[in-house]
Design a protein around this ligand. Structure first.
Ligand code: 0L1
Ligand code: MG
Length: 260
């Protein structure tokens, strides 16, 4: 439908998040929107959040599992940004009225000791630049009706980012074989899904490497101290009020929260 108004489109998605309202996907108005256009909308959204005083905790990778990539018919994952207002303490409570239609997935997060600047970054270089790894639960909450979107829609919507809970135990990345780390995701004591670190692009460090290489195309890098979500080891499970969620990651510890 003509020339994309990046700022107005970002504002539309920003308002949907603030008002906790499902909206029609933006590609209904802009059917020719490309992935590049979508990242321009995301950049506007990120700068809008910063203007509102929010601070970036770190970038995140999404669609890193074969299952999600097949679902979306894509070969490359996507990235978005986690902000300080999204972080919930381990064992904390999230109220349903803060969210639209949340889902949760278990992830492994990396805390960087030094910056990483692509292109050409490998998983081994990421591990050398990593201070710690921690268990994480990511709550995704697409702003689109029924979680229905195309790839440009979800990129523009900051990769459905909404909340994140980091575990409190810090583990040195070189103490574990992260591809072999077993993960269970439980809701109200029942295991809803499980997997191994290898579900994330073969090894979660590969996800951070790919992120650094994708950011390099934009002249951006990963910064010292960034906390990076590498992508779901498990599938995403729908949440309702009253749920108690926990994840156990072999050698990394546990992380959990409640939905009120
Ligand atoms: O973190 C993620 O994998 C988000 C991917 C976005 C797709 C979705 O909302 O399911
Ligand atoms: Mg995720």
């Amino acid at each position: 439908m003509g020339v994309i108004n990046y700022r107005a489109t970002a504002e539309f998605l920003h308002r949907a998040e603030i008002e906790k309202r499902e909206v029609t996907r933006i590609t209904a108005d802009y059917p020719d929107m490309t992935v590049e256009d979508a990242y321009r909308v995301q950049e506007e959204l990120v700068s809008m959040k910063r203007q509102h005083g929010h601070r970036i905790v770190g970038p995140k990778m999404g669609l890193t599992s074969q299952v999600k990539m097949k679902q979306m018919n894509v070969e490359e994952p996507i990235y978005g940004y986690i902000f300080d207002y999204m972080v919930v303490p381990d064992g904390g409570t999230i109220t349903m009225h803060e969210l639209i239609h949340p889902k949760v997935e278990a992830e492994i997060a990396f805390i960087l000791r030094t910056e990483i600047e692509g292109p050409g970054i490998s998983g081994a270089q990421v591990l050398a630049a990593t201070e710690y790894v921690v268990p994480a639960l990511e709550i995704i909450d697409s702003r689109y009706e029924n979680f229905r979107f195309t790839l440009p829609d979800v990129i523009a919507d900051n990769a459905s980012s909404s909340r994140v809970v980091f575990g409190s135990r810090l583990t040195r990345a070189d103490h574990l074989e992260l591809d072999l780390v077993g993960v269970t995701l439980s809701v109200n004591g029942d295991i809803k899904d499980f997997g191994a670190g290898a579900a994330v692009l073969g090894h979660p460090a590969n996800s951070v490497a790919m992120l650094a290489n994708m950011l390099a195309r934009k002249g951006k890098k990963l910064n010292e101290g960034d906390i990076i979500l590498t992508g779901g080891v498990t599938g995403a499970v729908r949440l309702v009020a009253g749920d108690t969620v926990s994840a156990r990651l072999d050698g990394l510890g546990e992380v959990g929260f409640k939905i009120a």
